[in-house]
Design a protein around this ligand. Structure first.
Ligand SMILES: Nc1ncnc2c1ncn2[C@@H]1O[C@H](COP(=O)(O)OP(=O)(O)OP(=O)(O)O)[C@@H](O)[C@H]1O
Ligand SMILES: [Mg+2]
Length: 332
């Protein structure tokens, strides 16, 4: 098997602030192949966005990578200088789709002007960024944008460039943002809850669009979500995070049908599928400032035993392609 496009191994990130030091990522593991969609799920505050920021070289001020590996297309991203992240990775080889299509545009400029500005900053596909474009380069950029808008199935792509953000619906704006990420021809797209601001039907359309684009363009996709149902529809594999740790990874259908980590099982039980009664998870995500020793989920886990309080269980293989960090997880 060829090397994964993105490989994150045992990543630990801490933030130093006024109240002390918080380890916000603690042994995170994730791999993404070309053309593969991987869902990252977990409750609010478990470190999903921080993980994406680490890949984009945008960790918050005061945050520090303690140990671990982030390898992208064979390159060690943790060795990159900030200017290389800006020049080659962020917005170029790695595209980003933000959460909120309503907040992501400036209302006073046309969509075309804003998208061209991004493309000038990221550079035309295969070319370095330019401060000033020649008229020919500008024409090529416009053509690349129209092509990307066509790929996301926005009606009248040429006309769209001359319109203002308020003239589009939320779903259309999200399509435009995805086109913006696609226009620089990235190898990997990171989407951080790209549909939470949209209604359910539009959500499904955007998700299937992302899925199709990842396949058509052979792009890896990391899809962050609270929603197991959306992940089930969209993703090949899933990584479940809790309290900054990866607690379970595996094929999405296998994990959803038969979660092996008690947190993954509890999270799934919160998801309405119309068949099972809804169950909440008692307690709150522990503070990253004072995490419990051992498995971070142990204070909320019905199966917790002494060993869970003493030692962090490592991710172990329990079935082909399935890893679980729980002392109770048996190999099958
Ligand atoms: N700049 C920062 N300084 C200190 N702590 C931070 C900072 N950014 C994030 N954190 C902490 O890191 C943890 C993970 O935050 P993150 O935003 O990655 O979670 P998330 O899983 O994306 O949550 P949500 O689902 O709400 O978006 C949280 O405990 C948060 O308080
Ligand atoms: Mg987030």
């Amino acid at each position: 098997m060829s090397a994964p496009l993105l490989e994150i191994r045992d990543l630990r990130v801490s933030v130093r602030g006024d109240e002390g030091e918080a380890r916000i990522l603690d042994f995170v593991n994730l791999t993404v192949a070309r053309g593969e969609a991987v869902g990252v799920v977990g409750e609010s505050g478990c470190g999903k966005s921080t993980l994406l920021k680490a890949v984009l070289g945008l960790l918050p001020r005061g945050a520090e990578v303690e140990t671990g590996v982030i390898r992208f297309d064979g390159e060690d991203l943790l060795q990159l200088r900030p200017e290389d992240f800006a020049r080659r990775i962020r917005g170029r080889a790695v595209g980003f789709v933000p959460q909120d299509p309503f907040q992501s545009f400036n209302p006073v400029f046309t969509v075309g002007r804003q998208m061209l500005e991004i493309l000038r900053w990221t550079g035309l596909p295969g070319e370095p960024p330019r401060t000033i474009w020649t008229s020919r380069e500008r024409e090529r950029a416009r053509a690349a944008l129209i092509e990307a808008l066509r790929a996301v199935q926005l009606p009248d792509p040429e006309g769209a460039l001359d319109r203002y953000p308020h003239q589009f619906s939320g779903g259309q704006r999200q399509r435009i943002l995805i086109a913006g990420a696609l226009a620089a021809r990235p190898q990997l797209i990171l989407a951080d809850e790209p549909t939470t601001a949209l209604d359910v039907t539009t959500q499904m359309q955007i998700l299937s669009l992302l899925r199709r684009l990842a396949r058509d363009f052979d792009v890896g996709l990391v899809f962050v979500s609270h929603d197991f149902g959306a992940v089930a529809q969209l993703c090949d594999r899933v990584a479940v995070m809790y309290g900054g740790q990866t607690v379970e990874t595996g094929p999405a259908d296998a994990v959803i049908a038969d979660p092996r980590h008690p947190y993954a099982a509890a999270l799934l039980a919160c998801h309405p599928d119309g068949e099972r009664p809804l169950v909440g998870i008692p307690g709150l995500v522990s503070s990253a400032l004072a995490p419990p020793p051992g498995c971070r989920f142990n204070p909320r886990c019905v199966l917790a035993v002494e060993a869970c309080r003493n030692e962090r269980p490592p991710l172990r293989t329990v079935a082909p392609g399935r890893l679980v960090a729980c002392v109770h997880a048996e190999a099958s």
